[in-house]
Design a binder for this molecule. Structure first.
Ligand SMILES: C[S@@+](CC[C@H](N)C(=O)[O-])C[C@H]1O[C@@H](n2cnc3c(N)ncnc32)[C@H](O)[C@@H]1O
Length: 421
């Protein structure tokens, strides 16, 4: 049916009863209504619900909806721990209504589905909690949170697929060690709160339009410049210390760095004297342990695009003369031959967009015996795995970790090896 203007009818606000099908990538489940696909949040596979359309018109490829009433609950359903983790509330969490075991099942199903659909591979994927999980209830783990500020300086998080800010006086998944930024007004567009593993805490405010409030923290930054204290935190991983400046990239779960270093080192199995590339190296987390393993006869070539992260990495790797840091774009560094002509092992940990075909082709051209792909997006991983397969690299072990409890994010560590002798 068309609206009086001749446009397809806007279905926002329409309610209907739905049987909910499987989980899909992005924190929602799939249902069907009147021949249309509906992506529904706040529900679980197998539930019967009343859904309310939040986005979409008749004839659209798909609609978006929230479950506003649960008529038959799935066994994994629990009461959300956060009062704003609900339809129309905060968009930060996707799965507060699921037990942690159910969340891990959902994440495993998503990784399997992405591998099947985008890489043509059938795999059962088991998602595990981080090693020595210090947040076994899935709360109080997030050591880096970027809050948005309203015009009057109140901090909060954005609603799902919206610019609207939900004001917060607490965020249950945030680390209790974060500086208390939520109790103060901030004349800024956004504020990142950071807690380092060694007890440092800082706040970085961006698009600042006034004087920053007094905050008890190791450091306070304004638009990247330190205005109080020091502008970096220290992170310790397996006895090694790392400096991470400002709100620069570091894994957000306190056990994530240890978990990923363990998984990467087991998959890469670097030997003394080998030549290893660490692409998208951040502050040098993997490079440090790879460098220790290959020893002074070996080499680690780390590539990182962010200037501050590169400076941190250079400093964090300064005790390892076998480590060389290249500051620049990975694709450019590979195509200019800066990583060299061959590598025994390549570790890559790209951003959410993945490495993409050009970088994958350049990695394969280095002829590594092993590629270890650390992925924060299973769709990007699956697409790149497909490209690797076309170049003769098949997927071996794949480990998956729930390093972002209550959200749809999942971290994978995939081993790729050349086929045949
Ligand atoms: C997911 S983080 C991984 C960092 C590091 N492996 C870790 O675990 O701490 C991705 C890193 O890639 C960097 N990056 C993103 N795109 C890049 C590009 N095209 N070239 C080089 N570095 C890039 C980002 O600055 C970020 O530090």
């Amino acid at each position: 049916m068309q609206s009086p203007t001749g446009e397809p009818r806007d279905l926002t606000g329409t309610r209907m009863e739905l049987e909910v099908g499987p989980v899909a990538h992005g924190g929602h489940c799939v249902a069907r209504w009147d021949g249309q696909v509906v992506f529904v949040r706040h529900t679980l596979p197998g539930e019967r619900i009343v859904a309310e359309i939040t986005e979409g018109r008749e004839g659209d490829r798909f609609l978006r909806a929230d479950a506003v009433e649960v008529l038959e609950a799935a066994p994994g359903r629990v009461e959300p721990r956060c009062p704003v983790a609900r339809p129309g509330g905060c968009g930060g969490c996707d799965f507060q209504h699921a037990s942690l075991a159910t969340q891990r099942e959902l994440l495993g199903a998503v990784v399997s589905e992405q591998l099947s659909r985008l890489a043509g591979l059938e795999r059962e994927v088991t998602v595990r909690p981080p090693l020595d999980d210090s947040a076994p209830d899935g709360l109080g783990w997030r050591t880096r949170v970027t809050f948005a500020a309203t015009d009057d300086g109140t901090l909060g998080l954005r609603r799902h697929r919206s610019h609207a800010i939900v004001p917060l006086d607490d965020c249950p998944i945030a680390s209790r060690d974060l500086p208390d930024v939520l109790s103060l007004p901030w004349p800024a567009a956004r504020v990142t709160a950071v807690a380092g593993s060694d007890g440092d805490a800082l706040a970085a405010a961006y698009d600042v339009r006034g004087e920053l409030p007094p905050l008890e923290a190791t450091g306070v930054l304004s638009d990247g410049r330190t205005v109080h204290g020091r502008g970096w935190v220290r992170e310790t991983v397996s006895g090694r210390s790392f400096k991470v400046s400002g709100a620069g990239f570091w894994q957000v779960h306190p056990d994530a760095a240890t978990t990923l270093v363990d998984a990467v080192m087991r998959a890469a199995a670097p030997k003394a004297g080998e030549r290893v590339a660490d692409l998208y190296a951040g502050a040098g987390l993997f490079s440090a342990f790879l460098g220790e393993a290959v020893g002074p006869e070996g080499a680690v070539i780390s590539v990182e695009g962010d200037a501050q992260a590169s400076r941190d990495a250079r400093r964090n790797l300064s005790d390892l003369p076998q480590a060389t840091l290249i500051h620049g774009d990975v694709s450019r560094a590979l195509s200019l031959g800066h990583v060299g002509e061959r590598c025994d092992v390549v570790v890559l940990d790209p951003p959410r967009t993945g490495a993409r075909a050009k970088v994958v082709r350049a990695i394969a051209a280095l002829g590594p015996r092993t590629v270890v792909y650390v992925a924060c997006d299973p769709a990007a991983l699956a697409r790149d795995v497909r490209t690797f397969a076309e170049l003769g690299y098949t997927l071996g072990d794949l480990e998956a970790y729930a390093l972002f409890p209550m959200t749809h994010h999942v971290e994978c560590v995939a081993l790729l090896e050349p086929v045949g002798p």
